[in-house]
Design a protein around this ligand. Structure first.
Ligand code: HEC
Ligand code: HEC
Ligand code: HEC
Ligand code: HEC
Ligand code: HEC
Ligand code: HEC
Ligand code: HEC
Ligand code: HEC
Ligand code: HEC
Ligand code: HEC
Ligand code: HEC
Ligand code: HEC
Ligand code: HEC
Length: 449
C-alpha cells in the first residue's frame, strides 16, 4: 500500500550520528521527555514512533538546539517514499507539497492526514472553487468527501477521477439505475451520460440539474420549446413550480416518460382547485366537476385529457388541440369543429337525413343538422352538451352559458327520444319513430331571454 519505502536511506539516516548533550546519551528526542507529545495521536509516523528524528531534522550547529530539515521540504518525503504516480497528477503532489495534506509526525486521521479526507481535507484549498458556492450541493460534495470521486495523488483518468462516466455515478446510485432499467419506459438519454443533465458537484437548480428544468428539457426537445415560444397561450403548468417535471419524470416511468399512472391523474394533481388565468378569469376545479358529474365523456373515461388539450401550449383558447367554437353561436363549418370531428363523424351535423347517423332525430330529420348546421347563428355543441362530464345521458349539460346568462336545460330521455323543457324554447319533445316532420317548424327558435 505504502509504495516502496527507501530502506537504505532510512538506515543511513538512523545511523548518522547527531551530536547531542551529554545527558541525552542513549536516549531519543522523545524518550528524553521533551517531544513525547509527538507520539500520542492515533496515527504516528513510523520514524517518529521509533524516535528517529534525524532522517528529517539535522542539527544546524553542534551543541545548539537548532535544527534544519535534512532535505528541502519538497524532497523530504520522497527521500523514503517513492510514490508511483499515474499520468494525471494533482498539482500539490506535483509540486512536492506533501505537508499541505500530511503531518510529518502524527495525526488523528489515517495516513497522517491533516484533516478528515471525507470531510475537510480537500476544502482546505478548494472551498473557494466556484462550484462550492451554488445553491444545491451534491451529497458527497456538501460533506467535503471529494475523495469518493477523485484520487488525491494521481489518476489514469482525467480530472483525477476514480472512475469515469456513468461508472462513477453507479458506485452510489445503482438503485436508481436499476429502477430505471426495470421501468417500462426509460428516457433514452438516461442510458447515455448522466452529466448531460446533472452537474457532478453542484447547481443552482434542484437535483444538480444543469439548467432550470424548462431550459434543460427544451435544449434537446427543440420542437416543444418552439411551440411554447410561438404559442399565445402557454400552460401555467409549464412555467410554475417544477415546470416540465410537473408532469414528466426525468428518468423513467410506467408511461412514456410521464409521471403518475395516467394523464388524468397528472392533470387533476393541479386541477383539484380553481386556478387563476393570467387574464384574471378562473379555471374550474376539474376534479370536483368530474366527481359531481358521474357521466364522463369517452376520452375522459380513458383518462386521456390530452386527447383534446395540448399539455404544453396552444394557439387556441383552453389549450385545445383542434378548433372548437368558443361561443354559443357560430356559423357551421366542419373545420370549426375539428376537435369533435376527430372522433365523431361530421355528418352527425351536416346530414339532413339523420337516419343511421344520430339519435337526435325527429323521425329522420337530423336535429343536430337543424340546430347546428346554419350559415350564421348555428348553435355550437356547448348549447346542449357538457364536454367533460354531466349528470344527464348523452352528456347533456345542466346549465348552458349564453352571453352573461346561464340557462338551465332540463333534459329527459324517453324510450324513442327526449324532452327538453323550457330553456331556449318552450318544452319540445323529439321522437325518432315519428312520421317525417314535413309540417313541423324547425326546433330551436331564438332563445327566450
Ligand atoms: C518524516 C520527517 C520528520 C520526522 C521523522 C520528524 N520530523 Fe519533526 N518536522 C518535520 C517537518 C517537515 C517539520 C516542519 C513542519 C512545517 O514546517 O510545517 C517538522 C517540525 C518539527 C518541529 C517544529 C514544531 C512543529 O511541531 O512543527 C519539532 C519540534 C519537531 N519537528 C520535532 C521532531 C522530533 C522530536 C522528531 C523525532 C521524534 C521529529 N520531529 C521527526 C519532519 C519530520
Ligand atoms: C526516513 C524515512 C521516511 C521519511 C523521510 C518519510 N517517511 Fe513516511 N513512512 C516511513 C515509514 C518507514 C513508514 C511506514 C511504512 C509502512 O507502514 O509500510 C511511513 C509511513 C507513511 C505514511 C502512512 C502512514 C499510515 O499509518 O498509514 C504516510 C502517509 C507517510 N509515511 C507520509 C510521509 C510524508 C508526508 C513524509 C514527508 C513529510 C514522509 N512520510 C517521510 C518512512 C518515512
Ligand atoms: C491533496 C492532498 C495530498 C497531498 C498533497 C499528498 N497526499 Fe498523500 N495522501 C493523501 C490522501 C487523502 C491519502 C489517503 C488515500 C487513501 O487512503 O485512499 C494519501 C496517502 C498517502 C500515502 C499512503 C499510501 C498511499 O499511497 O496511499 C503516502 C505514503 C502518501 N500519501 C505520501 C504522500 C507524499 C510523499 C506526498 C507528496 C509527494 C503526498 N502524499 C501528497 C493526500 C495527499
Ligand atoms: C494544498 C492545496 C490543495 C489541497 C489540500 C487539495 N487540492 Fe486539489 N488542487 C489544488 C491545486 C493548486 C489544483 C490545480 C489548480 C486548479 O485546478 O484549481 C488542484 C486541482 C484539483 C483537481 C482538478 C484536477 C484537474 O486535472 O483539473 C481536482 C479534481 C482536485 N484538485 C481534487 C482534490 C481533492 C479530491 C482533494 C482532497 C483529497 C484536493 N484536491 C485537495 C490544490 C489542492
Ligand atoms: C460525485 C463525484 C464527484 C465528487 C463527490 C466530486 N467531484 Fe470533482 N469532478 C467530478 C467529475 C465527474 C469531474 C469532471 C467534470 C467535467 O469534466 O466536467 C470533476 C471535476 C473536478 C475538478 C476540475 C474542474 C474543471 O473545471 O476542470 C475539480 C477542481 C474538482 N472536481 C474538485 C472537486 C472537489 C474539491 C470536490 C469535493 C468538494 C469534488 N470535486 C467532488 C466528480 C466529482
Ligand atoms: C460517493 C457516492 C456518490 C457518487 C459517486 C455519486 N453520488 Fe449522487 N448522491 C450521493 C448522495 C449521498 C446523495 C444525497 C442523497 C440524498 O440526498 O438522498 C446524492 C444525490 C444525488 C442526486 C439527487 C440530489 C437531490 O437533490 O435529490 C443526484 C441527481 C445525483 N446524486 C446524481 C449523481 C450523478 C449524476 C453522479 C455521477 C456523476 C453521482 N450522483 C455520483 C452520492 C453519490
Ligand atoms: C435527461 C436528463 C437526465 C439524465 C440524462 C439523467 N438524469 Fe437524473 N434526474 C433528472 C431529473 C429531471 C431528475 C429529477 C427527478 C425527476 O423529476 O424525475 C433526476 C433525478 C435524479 C436523481 C434523484 C432522484 C431519483 O430519481 O432517484 C438521481 C440520483 C439521479 N437523477 C441520478 C442520475 C444518474 C446516475 C444518471 C445517469 C445514469 C442520470 N441521473 C441521468 C434528469 C436526468
Ligand atoms: C440530452 C438530450 C435530452 C434532454 C436534456 C431531455 N431529453 Fe427527453 N428525450 C430525448 C431523446 C433522445 C428522446 C427519445 C427520442 C424522442 O422521442 O424524441 C426523449 C424522449 C422524451 C419523451 C418521450 C417522447 C415520446 O414521444 O414518447 C419525453 C416526454 C421527454 N423526452 C421529456 C423530457 C423532459 C421533460 C426533459 C427535461 C427534464 C427532457 N426530456 C430532457 C433527449 C433528451
Ligand atoms: C401539464 C403536464 C405537462 C407539462 C407541464 C409538460 N408536459 Fe410534455 N407532455 C405531457 C403529456 C400529457 C404528453 C403526451 C401528449 C400526448 O399524449 O399526445 C406530453 C408529451 C411530451 C413530449 C412528446 C410528444 C411531443 O409533444 O413532442 C415531449 C418531448 C414533452 N412532452 C416534453 C415536455 C417538455 C420539454 C416540457 C417542459 C417545457 C413538458 N413536456 C411539460 C404533459 C406535460
Ligand atoms: C373531448 C375533448 C376534451 C377532453 C377529453 C378534455 N377536455 Fe378539457 N376542455 C375541452 C373544451 C372544449 C374546453 C373549453 C370549455 C368548454 O367549451 O366547455 C375545455 C376546458 C377545460 C378547462 C378550462 C375550464 C374552465 O373553467 O375554463 C380545463 C381546466 C380542462 N378543460 C381540463 C381538462 C382535463 C383535466 C381533462 C381530463 C380530465 C380534460 N380537460 C379533458 C375539451 C376537452
Ligand atoms: C403543475 C400544475 C398543473 C398541472 C399538472 C396541470 N395544469 Fe392545467 N393549468 C395550471 C394552471 C396554473 C393554469 C392556469 C394558468 C393558465 O391559464 O395556464 C392551468 C390552466 C389550464 C387550462 C386552461 C388554459 C387556458 O388558458 O384557457 C387547461 C385547459 C388546462 N390547464 C388543462 C390541463 C390538462 C389537460 C392537464 C394535464 C395534461 C393539466 N392542465 C395539468 C396548472 C396545471
Ligand atoms: C378523442 C376522441 C373524442 C373527441 C375529440 C370527442 N369525443 Fe365525444 N365521445 C368520444 C367517445 C369515445 C365517446 C363515447 C362513445 C360511447 O360510449 O359509445 C364519446 C361520446 C360523446 C357523446 C355522448 C354519446 C352518448 O350517447 O352518450 C357526446 C354528446 C359527445 N361525445 C360529444 C362530443 C363533442 C361535443 C366533442 C367536441 C367538443 C367531442 N365529443 C369530442 C370520443 C371523443
Ligand atoms: C340542440 C342541442 C344539441 C346540440 C347543439 C348538439 N347536440 Fe349532440 N345531442 C343532443 C341530444 C339531445 C342528443 C341525444 C340524442 C339521443 O340519444 O336521444 C345528442 C347526441 C349526441 C351524440 C351521441 C350520438 C348521437 O348522435 O346520438 C353525439 C356524439 C353528439 N350529440 C355530438 C354533438 C356535437 C359534436 C355537437 C356540435 C357539433 C352537438 N352534438 C350539438 C343535442 C345536441
Amino acid at each position: 500500500m505504502i509504495g516502496s519505502v527507501n530502506l537504505l536511506l532510512l538506515a543511513a539516516a538512523v545511523s548518522a550520528a547527531v551530536p547531542s548533550p551529554a545527558q541525552m546519551e542513549g536516549k531519543t528526542c522523545t524518550e528524553f521527555g521533551c517531544h513525547a507529545d509527538l507520539q500520542v495521536k492515533a496515527v504516528v509516523h513510523e520514524p517518529v514512533a521509533r524516535g528517529m528524528c534525524q532522517p528529517c531534522h539535522a542539527q544546524a550547529q553542534e551543541n545548539t538546539h537548532e535544527f534544519r530539515l535534512s532535505f528541502p521540504k519538497e524532497a523530504l518525503c520522497q527521500a523514503c517514499h517513492i510514490l508511483t504516480l499515474k499520468n494525471h497528477v494533482h498539482q500539490p503532489v506535483q509540486d512536492g507539497r506533501c505537508l499541505d495534506c500530511h503531518d510529518p509526525h502524527q495525526s488523528e486521521f489515517h495516513r497522517l492526514l491533516r484533516a478528515d479526507p471525507s470531510k475537510q481535507l480537500c476544502l482546505k484549498c478548494h472551498a473557494e472553487d466556484p462550484f462550492m458556492k451554488k445553491k444545491h450541493l451534491h451529497g458527497p460534495v456538501a460533506m467535503g468527501a471529494c475523495i469518493l470521486c477523485h484520487d488525491s495523488h494521481s489518476s489514469w483518468k482525467p480530472k483525477l477521477l476514480v472512475a469515469q462516466g456513468n461508472d462513477l455515478c453507479a458506485v452510489c446510485h445503482e438503485d436508481t439505475m436499476r429502477r430505471d432499467q426495470q421501468a417500462r419506459h426509460l428516457h433514452p438519454p438516461v442510458t447515455g451520460d448522466c452529466e448531460q443533465c446533472h452537474d457532478p458537484h453542484s447547481s443552482d437548480y434542484p437535483q444538480q440539474l444543469r439548467e432550470e428544468s424548462r431550459k434543460l428539457c427544451v435544449s434537446c426537445h427543440e420542437d416543444v420549446g418552439q411551440r411554447i415560444a410561438a404559442s399565445p397561450i402557454v400552460h401555467g403548468a409549464v412555467t410554475e413550480k417544477q415546470q416540465c417535471q410537473n408532469c414528466h419524470a426525468g428518468h423513467s416511468s410506467s408511461l412514456p416518460t410521464r409521471r403518475g399512472t395516467r394523464v388524468l391523474d397528472t392533470c387533476l394533481g393541479c386541477h383539484n382547485e380553481e386556478r387563476p388565468r393570467p387574464n384574471g378569469t378562473r379555471v374550474a376545479n376539474m376534479a370536483a366537476l368530474l366527481k359531481e358529474n358521474p357521466n364522463h365523456h369517452g376520452p375522459i373515461r380513458q383518462a386521456d385529457c390530452s386527447a383534446c388539450h395540448n399539455p404544453h401550449a396552444s394557439a387556441l383558447p383552453n389549450l385545445l388541440t383542434e378548433a372548437y367554437p368558443e361561443l354559443f353561436y357560430a356559423p357551421f363549418n366542419a373545420d370549426n369543429y375539428k376537435l369533435c370531428f376527430r372522433c365523431h363523424r361530421s355528418d352527425l351535423v351536416s346530414a339532413k337525413d339523420g337516419q343511421g347517423v344520430t339519435e337526435f332525430r325527429q323521425g329522420n330529420l337530423n336535429l343536430h343538422y337543424v340546430h347546428v348546421s346554419k350559415p350564421s347563428k348555428g348553435r355550437t355543441c356547448r348549447a346542449c352538451h357538457a364536454v367533460h362530464a354531466s349528470k344527464s345521458p348523452a352528456h347533456i349539460a345542466e346549465v348552458v352559458p349564453y352571453g352573461n346568462w346561464k340557462y338551465t336545460i332540463k333534459f329527459d330521455a324517453t324510450a324513442n327520444g327526449g324532452t327538453c323543457a323550457p330553456a331556449c324554447h318552450a318544452a319540445r319533445t323529439y321522437d325518432r319513430t315519428a312520421a317525417p316532420p314535413a309540417a313541423q317548424p324547425p326546433a330551436g327558435a331564438k332563445p327566450a331571454q
